[in-house]
Design a protein around this ligand. Structure first.
Ligand code: PLP
Length: 418
């Protein structure tokens, strides 16, 4: 049995913007190539049996088979580990492959997971449909109550799972409060850091055991692949590695190369996306067709203080609720001309989606209510376009809505039309 391969080329002194460009690159063994080579090979040759034995004894410069490890995949893993401040990372074929392997590396039949009540819909389905059939119970707590639930929940949960900020409505969990309570009781914690990225938030430094990602989103950043990652300590990654190897959800080299390419500009993209989200949130907050804006960068947002404490900026994601429910939200998204109407997030293109019809389609009505996800909610993933163009597009889509509403109810005055 070999151990998963981990960091090699990196300096812990480098800042994040440097790490994402240079960490993990093995230029000496790639003819000095500056671009990251794609090692598109399922299997790897051994010189002789001694060479194989060296590999089995843990020689990290050798590879056996791409389901175990692959040099291009390892570059992506090294970059994530460097910016998450983790001992290592493992890359998967999707965010859900990463999340399920991470969770299963801790829990067994008869165990209980304590999870946040507002999480990505796929993780919710994994917890509500698959885990119970394997005898794994999942109980839930609200963002504001998660730390106290961790402190008091009985019988002792085997695992705590949450994300922050949450998909889709940007609730923020006090990460340190949760990990402190969990540490006292010896409960491991997994956190989904997809929305923030390690550029904005460092869950491992705040005490989280494993940080998981849908790398499909900000890390890859160009809406052209599906992938996932898990970062954490070497010890815990040994277990996650077993699940990746035996359930088989490893990332392929071609996608890893796209992920690596995307990660090199992560910091630049995220900075611009945060800037755009803040501008858009400010604009939406003053629009008469908008009932509520969910963005922790707004001083009035209930999560502003916690987010300011643990995040460098407030993400490129935001959600808002339009007056008039699902039908109004449909009309607004149908009117968008620049912002694409698509699920997923974190790409260079701005996209809008209706969580109740996409990412959270399989939530029960009660669970949607509990998570604060409304029918009129529109989720926006800000891309890297000019903020003014995004505001103009949302503005024209919402102005018509305010006009419609004013005609029907005589209540709203649309911006710039009176
Ligand atoms: C927060 C979050 N976690 C995990 C996932 C699952 O990732 P993937 O679609 O790459 O499997 C998603 C997908 O939207 C997500 O938004």
């Amino acid at each position: 049995m070999t151990t998963p391969r981990r960091l090699r080329t990196q300096s812990s002194d480098w800042a994040e913007g440097t790490q994402v460009v240079h960490a993990g690159e093995e230029r000496a063994s790639a003819f000095g190539a500056v671009g990251t080579p794609i090692i598109q090979s399922s299997t790897f040759v051994f010189d002789d049996n001694q060479d194989l034995e060296n590999y089995l004894a843990g020689d990290a410069d050798r590879h056996l088979y791409t389901r175990w490890s692959n040099p291009t995949v390892e570059v992506a893993e090294a970059k994530l580990a460097a910016i998450e401040g983790a001992e290592g990372a493992l890359a998967f074929s999707s965010g859900m492959a990463a999340i399920s392997a991470a969770v299963l590396s801790y829990v067994r039949k008869g165990d209980r997971i304590l999870a946040l009540d507002s999480i990505y819909g796929g993780t919710y389905e994994f917890f509500s449909k698959i885990c119970p059939t394997w005898g794994i119970e999942v109980t839930r707590a609200a963002a504001d109550e998660l730390a106290s639930a961790v402190a008091s929940s009985a019988p002792l949960p085997r695992l705590v799972y949450f994300e922050s900020p949450t998909n889709p409505n940007l609730r923020v969990v006090d990460i340190e409060a949760v990990t402190k309570a969990a540490r006292k009781r010896g409960i491991p914690v997994i956190m989904d850091n997809t929305f923030a990225t390690p550029i904005l938030q460092k869950p491992i430094a705040l005490g989280v055991d494993l940080a998981v990602h849908s790398g499909t989103k900000y890390l890859a950043g160009h809406s052209d692949l599906v992938c996932g990652l898990v970062a954490g300590s070497s010890d815990q990654l040994e277990k996650v590695f077993e699940f990746r190897k035996l359930l088989g959800g490893v990332l392929n080299a071609g996608s890893a190369a796209l992920l690596v390419r995307g990660m090199k500009t992560l910091e630049l993209r995220v900075e611009r996306q945060c800037h755009n989200a803040q501008k858009l949130a400010d604009f939406l907050s003053g629009h008469p067709a908008v009932e509520q804006v969910h963005y922790p960068g707004l001083a009035a947002d209930v999560y502003h203080q916690i987010a300011s404490k643990q995040m460098k900026a407030f993400t490129g994601m935001l959600a808002f609720t339009v007056r008039g429910g699902l039908e109004a939200a449909r009309r607004v998204t149908d009117r968008l001309k620049l912002v694409l109407y698509a699920p997923s997030l974190g790409g260079v293109e701005s996209v809008a989606s209706l969580p109740v019809r996409t990412s959270h389609l399989h939530y029960t009505p009660e669970d949607l209510k509990r998570a604060g996800i409304t029918e009129g909610m529109i989720r926006i993933s800000c891309g890297i376009e000019a903020a003014g163009d995004l505001i103009a597009d949302l503005g024209q889509a919402l102005d018509s809505e305010a006009n419609t509403d004013r005609e029907e109810h005589g209540r709203y005055v649309a911006r710039g039309t009176s």
